[in-house]
Design a protein around this ligand. Sequence first.
Ligand code: NDP
Length: 522
Amino acid sequence: MSAVIQFQNKTEEIISYNPATGAEIGRMPNASAEDVRIAVENSRKVFADWRKTTFAERKKFVLKAREAILEEMDEIARLISDESGKPVAEAFSMEIAPVLDLMQYFARKTEKLLKPRKINIGLYGALGRYSKIVYQPLGVVGIIPAWNYPFSIPLGETAMALMAGNTVVLKPSELTPFIGLKIGEIFEKAGIPENVVQIVTGAGETGAALVDAAPDKIMFTGSVATGKKIAVAAAKNLTSVVLELGGKDPMIVFADANLEIAADAAIWGAFCNAGQSCSSVERLYIEEPAAEKLTELIVEKTKKLKQGAGGDETVSIGAMSSERQMKIVEDHVESFQKEGAKILTGGKHKDLFFEPTVISGANNSMRAMREETFGPTLPIATFRTEEEAITLANDSEFGLTASVWTKDLTKGKRVAEQIEAGTVCVNEVLYTHGIGQTPWGGFKNSGRGRTHGVEGLMELVQPQHIHVNRLAILPNAWWMPYSKTAIETFRGFARYFASGSLFQTSKLMPQLLKRMKELRRK
Ligand code: NDP
């Protein structure tokens, strides 16, 4: 076995359950801090060779891993559904398909995206020098994902990290360890060299141990609270961190929007993955004239959705992933009611199946409009003007994604650019994590750094500046020894050379020659 770590020091086991049935899926080792330390050490050892592989070689492994997924796609979809509770339809549409697309894109394009880049260095160029940027891998990338997209998020980050020349140690959520293990198996099937991708299963402490083991980068997806802990722990080793955190994403619907489409979008945006998406619609703001009609449409369509175990192919809404998460949703629904909002449909749960819940009469002063719910609730508020809509949308500690719905695209784009969020869609919702070419990440408490896109790739490399003097036949005027002539020359640098103008710089020539003579005499 290459990708799946052999635990020497396992302390205990973690148990994975199917949230829809409560049945045990299996047990995995709870890797100790020592196991994790060894994994990172082994990862660093193989990095020395992996970094030397060509883009073509890395591409071959990533494309083979893709093939391995395609070969057992149905089994993987079942596993994702069983371990996370999501409908099998979403395992395909929101996990497998997007990550396969991301893998082919970065396998084919990373070489081009990381092509060394020449820098225009202005007048220094006229002195026979040139500069370029080459992108060096970082080393060991530690990936700590959440349980909500347990396949696509860590696998996408792994593929990008590998293509950039890094090795990977991945700690899946304790709720979804078998999916994490599957990622390791896929690369193993692809024949990737031993220890280039390692999976360390375990609970939160195993994640903390991964941070303490000082990898060269941490890619974290999870809550704000854990993100802050990781940032503090990583700072001890100056490990840089990408944090993909929570959201309370607003959807703004203007009265001129296509309300049928907006209703379908709000439902999918709020209820897919049982509302457990970082970019779920958690606040719907409707322009007053359209509020009644759109609310009616949403309620009517929501009532027709089938809820049940994710394995049933006709199910649209599955189980929530954990009791802990469901309790938060229950608390928020109760809190909405206590503060005067009205449940129009849903509001109850049986086991971990929380009904898709539409709530009217919400406003930003309500607690549940401010905290992340991460469940199948759709609270609705109204607005009168464009300015008010923008103010309401921005009135949040979070800023992951947002959407604006209107037939007037000029207005849509104008509003979009005033919203404080990492991604703002006009007449679209939630799905851009599935477009691997586009950057993903939040403003405000929704995170730091980016995954996906060129911006995400840049998080996985360190830019190295190579500077060459092609005319190294004379000393530089600014070298030692210093003298009155030197200072006069440096004054000229400040006055003329630093202007960026060739004409101005030409005035410096007599003084420069004087200085050069002085340096050659020494
Ligand atoms: P958590 O913060 O609880 O956990 C995230 C990951 O961190 C898990 O693997 C967890 O392990 C691990 N972990 C827990 N404690 C520590 C620690 N001290 N040090 C290192 N690792 C630790 O988040 P959830 O799993 O509950 O995920 C839900 C959150 O994720 C939501 O807020 C959601 O918005 C956010 N999210 C953000 C996304 C984005 O792209 N911005 C995408 C998806 C989700 P274990 O599970 O084993 O405890």
